[in-house]
Design a binder for this molecule. Structure first.
Ligand SMILES: Nc1ncnc2c1ncn2[C@@H]1O[C@H](COP(=O)(O)OP(=O)(O)OP(=O)(O)O)[C@@H](O)[C@H]1O
Ligand SMILES: [Mg+2]
Length: 421
């Protein structure tokens, strides 16, 4: 009897214990369900056959189904019906665009183990909404692109400014030098002219005097005079003096024309568009860079008859100077530079050709980039051709290049002829 009672109270105790445990499990289950229902990502747990065992609120809302409708259904099919058709495998996230909602999702599959050391007992699918991140990333990428565009624009402007500054300094220097030389060369020129006239008068007088003396003087005195005249090489001097004065005049004339070239090259005050003769620009620029060229190359000028055109002559000088200096730099020992000009189909063509080292194929498309140079530090900034390109484009022209490594290079500039407005 007593043992019967004991048995009964044991049963009651176990029942209470089980009820308490059941309550604990129910609470734990609720807590977990509450927890995963708070997560913004869609989560589901599937059995080894891919049938859904649990899922969170967001997933249910996404599929538009109740828990009861979802439980036990294959997750792939459920996803497909909701508009997501993705083949998932562990460790490989899949990105999907969901047309119905216009959202982007990243889906991940994880193996599910009841215990870390147990076999895989199913899988967990997590679906993360990346629409916002993608939009922000896209925006950032666009901003980044705009920034790099702005950066290249800044670099282009900077390169232009550097080159303009360089040209302005050269121009100012040239103008200064021209101005300084102009004065002395002016009076040297005019003095030499006067000297020439004086000389011819002096020599005429000398002849007359000699004749006079010869007529009346005693023979020994005339003889001594003749000897002295021979000894001092007066006849030679008189003839040579003429040559000296003529050569000096020629020299002075050359200096005068160099000064004129310097002036027309610099044109500091005339940086606008105006009617100009590109052959004249070529001629004065060749004179200016002659020092760079003369030890490297012989120069062939094949200037054609070309009309005057409305252009910015100072900038065209800059174009020709860059091409000529590049040509001279490309020649290692001795070579040839040919400059041609012609008119064709309403455009003026100018070609600067050299027999230099040429440009390797891989560099050909980069040479017009600002700061692209193959020259050692200090020798080239890599701006010449980018500025040249800019100026030619500003004149609505174009520039092309042909090059054969080891043989030479030719740059051709074409500028449309613009009549006076
Ligand atoms: N005629 C040419 N022959 C061979 N290479 C050339 C020739 N012209 C240009 N290049 C190549 O193109 C590069 C860029 O030329 P660019 O005139 O822009 O710059 P740079 O001459 O190097 O420097 P700078 O700013 O002083 O002109 C040169 O460094 C050179 O490698
Ligand atoms: Mg250059």
């Amino acid at each position: 009897m007593e043992s019967g009672l004991e048995h009964a109270s044991e049963l009651v105790r176990k029942h209470d214990e089980l009820s308490r445990l059941y309550l604990l499990v129910a609470v734990a289950k609720k807590e977990w369900e509450g927890t995963i229902d708070c997560v913004d990502d869609m989560l589901l747990l599937a059995d080894p056959h891919g049938r859904i065992r649990r899922c969170n609120r967001v997933f249910r809302e996404f599929t538009g189904k109740t828990y009861q409708e979802i439980l036990g259904r294959p997750y792939e099919q459920t996803l497909r019906e909701a508009g997501i058709d993705a083949e998932l495998s562990c460790g490989r996230p899949v990105e999907q665009f969901h047309g119905k909602s216009g959202k982007w999702f990243v889906l991940r599959l994880y193996p599910f183990r009841k215990d870390p050391d147990q076999e895989v007992a199913g899988s967990i699918v997590a679906i993360h909404d990346t629409t916002e991140i993608k939009a922000v990333t896209g925006e950032l990428e666009q901003k980044n692109e705009r920034l790099s565009e702005a950066l290249s624009e800044i670099r282009r402007t900077q390169s232009k400014l550097v080159q303009q500054e360089k040209m302005a300094s050269i121009g100012q220097l040239a103008a200064g030098v021209a101005h300084e030389i102009n004065n002395p060369i002016g009076f040297i020129n005019s003095n030499l002219g006067t000297l020439g006239k004086y000389l011819s008068r002096l020599s005429e007088f000398l002849f007359e005097q000699t004749a006079c003396i010869g007529a009346g003087a005693p023979a020994p005195a005339v003889d001594a005079l003749r000897q002295k005249r021979e000894q001092l090489k007066i006849d030679y001097i008189l003839k040579d003096l003429d040559d000296l004065v003529r050569e000096s005049l020629e020299g002075a004339e050359r200096v005068r024309s160099i000064v004129a070239d310097l002036k027309s090259f610099s044109r500091v005050d005339e940086s606008d568009f105006k009617m100009a003769d590109l052959n004249e620009c070529l001629r004065s620029t060749i004179n200016i860079v002659w020092n760079e060229i003369k030890y490297k190359a012989t120069m062939k000028k094949e200037f054609g008859e070309i009309p005057r055109t409305r252009c910015n002559p100072q900038q065209m000088n800059q174009v020709f100077m860059n091409l000529l200096v590049n040509a001279a730099h490309a020649i290692e020992n001795r070579g040839e530079i040919t400059v041609r000009s012609w008119v064709e189909d309403g455009s003026i063509g100018v070609c600067v050709e050299d027999t230099g080292r040429g440009i390797p194929k891989e560099n050909l498309e980069r040479i017009f980039e600002p700061f692209f140079t193959t020259k050692e530090v200090g020798k080239g900034t890599g701006l010449g051709l980018s500025i040249t390109y800019d100026i030619v484009k500003k004149h609505r022209g174009d520039i092309s290049v042909r090059s054969e490594p080891g043989k030479g290079t030719s740059f051709t500039v074409r500028i449309p002829v613009v009549e006076e407005v």
